[in-house]
Design a protein around this ligand. Structure first.
Ligand code: NAP
Length: 543
């Protein structure tokens, strides 16, 4: 759709300002909720990526500062824009001094943006520091060609004084105000969302927190009032820390469907950046048409998490390391097993804000075993004495199994055995002892963790082997067991099972377990494939 004279407006700006920019109304009627950032090292590459992106999203930001000579690229992009009238395009040429890649001075940045404005771009993005350095009237040159103005501000270290920045930008009367900060805590997202709620009726504001902890604002900022959010065209093409790919925003987080009634859940702990829980849980919510979204809440600090839970509010949590034990004292009530195990991995928040705790790890270890053998009287070895091992040992003892604990640090094994009325075992005894089940509840075998396996083949004497580690899909222990013809239970089965029970606790609906398993296995296979493909490249570049 081409802009007509009717689509442009005369802003109530200062007297000398003759404004003929596209109106925010017109722009907002053309765009969706997501602006996809397009990068490339040549104009041809940029246009190729834009052509690909436009199949699913017609709102694009061209990061001209990624090009060695942005001015010379503009004719090619102009041609693209004239042929693809459905596209709404933002031109950005951020200087190095303000966090971009453009090495030129302010005058050169303005030259690029003015040329972009006359090349069919609908919006041009000017950094606040640039605007403040310009002489009166210079910004109007951008409007002269009909482009609307975004004045943006980026803080790469903190989230503070958002209102102060807003007041610095307002006198320029841009059509859009963009304020991007960095979240150093989960609560910084609350600061950003409160700011958006305060200013949403005063201006067209875009507000985002960058960083691993800013993901909440990238997803929930829209319902707080952000006019749109930014996404990377693909994983690996992020133009800001913590940026999410457009596919993930659309398919995993269903960004288009989030509204005021959407309940928010999350996995809390550290690290959770690469957790597969958001993929698994959001898939389950979509499959069962539950109006809810599940986020990764990266933090070591329980007080920070509790602020977020109260302020967003968060309806439920999957709790992981290092918060599983610490959270217990903040719960109104827990199920008896969480208390015994001394750890809680699932929290539900009631309407009145009270927190209730459950431990779905226990059921996720017990049920896959119960499906395969009688646990009463079964002789079971648990390797490890941390949170997962505790869930296994207490759960198995509860079912009447004879449990042996073996751990790298013998004292912790002894303590757990004492508490759970289990037994300990020395490594030397292993080769001569046979079990019904051997369970690995240590990270050994996990991607990147040494040793790859705790056991030698001659030490695996069991009818069943259960490795709680789920990445990679086939751990060295699982492989060894299979080679010896021993049936196995993989960590993925536990992972999906504990997630399915959480889904049921939160929603009261049966979990779509098969679908959850399918997406997790698919993602793990893709990760393994990606790792395989980068392996030769790595060894190649090392030469
Ligand atoms: P944790 O509380 O940190 O406990 C780790 C245990 O493993 C400790 O007993 C520790 O021994 C031992 N350990 C750590 N690194 C080791 C190594 N390199 N070699 C030998 N022993 C080692 O962790 P957790 O929460 O119990 O989790 C343990 C593992 O279970 C995780 O890494 C994860 O792979 C798996 N898990 C899977 C699921 C699932 O859904 N599939 C859920 C939870 C956990 P020390 O006492 O000597 O430090």
């Amino acid at each position: 759709m081409k802009a007509t004279r009717k689509d442009v407006h005369e802003a109530p700006a200062s007297k000398e300002r003759v404004v003929t920019a596209l109106s925010p109304h017109f722009i907002r009627s053309r765009i969706g909720k997501v602006c996809v950032a397009i990068i490339g090292s040549t104009p041809a590459e940029m246009v190729e990526k834009a052509l690909e992106a436009v199949r699913e999203n017609t709102f694009l930001e061209f990061r001209l500062d990624y090009l060695p000579t942005p001015l010379t690229a503009l004719p090619k992009i102009k041609q693209f824009l004239s042929e693809r009238s459905e596209v709404t395009a933002v031109a950005t040429c951020r200087r190095v001094a303000t966090g971009g890649k453009f090495k030129g001075a302010i005058a050169a940045e303005m030259e690029v943006l003015a040329k972009a404005a006359s090349s069919g771009f609908h919006l041009v993005d000017v950094e606040l520091q640039t605007a403040e350095a310009l002489k009166s009237g210079q910004l109007d040159k951008l409007h002269a060609h009909g482009a609307a103005l975004i004045i943006s501000y980026h803080d790469f270290s903190t989230t503070k004084d958002l209102d102060g920045v807003f007041e610095r930008i307002r006198p320029y009367e841009p059509e859009f105000i963009k304020i991007v900060s960095t979240a150093k805590t989960l609560a910084d997202n609350v600061t950003m969302m409160r700011f958006l709620e305060r200013t949403r009726d005063m201006a067209n504001v875009i507000g985002i927190c960058m960083g691993d902890q800013g993901i909440i604002s990238r997803i929930l900022g829209l319902r707080a009032g952000s006019v749109f959010t930014f996404a990377a065209a693909h994983v690996g093409e992020e133009t800001g820390p913590g940026q999410i790919s457009v596919r993930t925003l659309n398919e995993t987080y269903r960004i288009d469907q989030l509204d005021a009634a959407t309940k928010v859940y999350g996995v809390a702990g550290n690290p959770v950046k690469h957790s597969l829980s958001p993929l698994m849980m959001n898939t389950a919510f979509r499959r069962e048409t539950v109006n809810a979204v599940f986020l990764a809440l990266q933090t070591n600090r329980l007080s920070d998490l509790l602020t977020l839970v109260r302020e967003v509010p968060i309806s439920g949590l999957a709790v992981t390391m290092p918060l599983k034990e610490e959270i217990l004292e903040h719960l109104e009530k827990t199920d008896p097993l969480s208390e015994k195990v001394g750890a809680c991995n699932t929290v539900v928040r009631s309407q009145e804000g009270k927190l209730y705790g459950f431990n779905t790890d226990v059921a996720a270890i017990i049920r896959p075993l119960e499906r395969r053998l009688q646990l009463k009287g079964a002789k079971i070895l648990v390797m490890g004495a941390g949170g997962a091992a505790r869930a296994a040992v207490f759960g198995l003892k509860d079912k009447g199994a004879e449990v042996f604990v073996l751990n790298r640090t013998a004292e912790t094994a002894q303590k757990l055995a004492r508490q759970a009325k289990a037994k300990t075992l020395k490594r030397e005894q292993l080769a001569k002892t046979s079990f019904d089940v051997i369970i690995n509840a240590t990270p050994a075998g996990m991607q990147g963790v040494k040793p790859a396996s705790l056991l030698e083949p001659n030490e695996i004497n069991a009818r069943l082997v259960f490795d709680l580690v789920y990445n990679p899909l086939e751990t060295p222990l699982i492989r060894m067991a299979r080679e010896k013809g021993i049936p196995v239970v993989t960590g993925v089965e536990m992972f999906v099972h504990q997630g399915a029970r959480q889904f049921e606790i939160w929603t009261g609906k049966p979990a779509p377990e098969e679908e959850m398993l399918r997406v997790v296995v698919h993602a793990l296979r893709q990760q393994a494939e990606a790792a395989r493909q980068t392996e030769p490249a790595k060894s190649g570049s090392a030469k």
